[in-house]
Design a binder for this molecule. Sequence first.
Ligand code: ZN
Length: 236
Amino acid sequence: MELITKYMTRNDCYKAGRKINPTGIMVHSTATPGMMAVDWFSRWNKSYQAGEINRQVCVHAFLDDKEVHQYLPWEHRGWHAGGKANNTHIGFEICEPGGFSYAGGANMVGYDVLKQEAYFRKAWQNAVELCVMLCKKYGLSEQDIVDHSEGHKLAIASNHADVKHWFPKHGESMDTFRKAVKVALKAEQSANSNDPIAKAKKLYRVQVGAFANKQNADAMLEKIKAAGFDGYVKYE
Ligand SMILES: [Zn+2]
């Protein structure tokens, strides 16, 4: 995951400067086909009060198949949920790929699942890695992650369909997303555990012989195995 940090200091949300103690993460998607993460800076780094933008919105990060762009400090109160999740949740947007359109609400028209699968997988992976990073930073688990549509059901967000209108096209859901985050968190934990072999990048090896002739090497390996030890022949 490549994280690029550049705050939207001109956005009124940034200027409001309110802080939160993050207790959750809210996943969104942009509903703006083809607009990638880097592009949102010039779109949203604007002041509503100065009449430069017609929406009062800001989110902590946008990500696509390549990068994660952080636009607000993680502990800054964002304007992404349209509800009280703004007081508790870090919000990020997954950019939707180009090549389709919207017709009425959250209906993706002309969305070619096969063509979009590679983009989706890379963006999904970046989203998982961002969640893992934030869970570790704030002591959260996969259970603390919801999408905008789940936030509405929990009465902490406005009535939006993201990402429920998109993930199922690729056979995924917020449940499988949480599961992927859980697996990734577990993998990191075991890599950081106290198991000295898992921890050590360098290992001490015991060598019992070096032979110019492979038959002699194989004969020694047989002896070692016969004596009840495990071994292998390595040719360098
Ligand atoms: Zn949303």
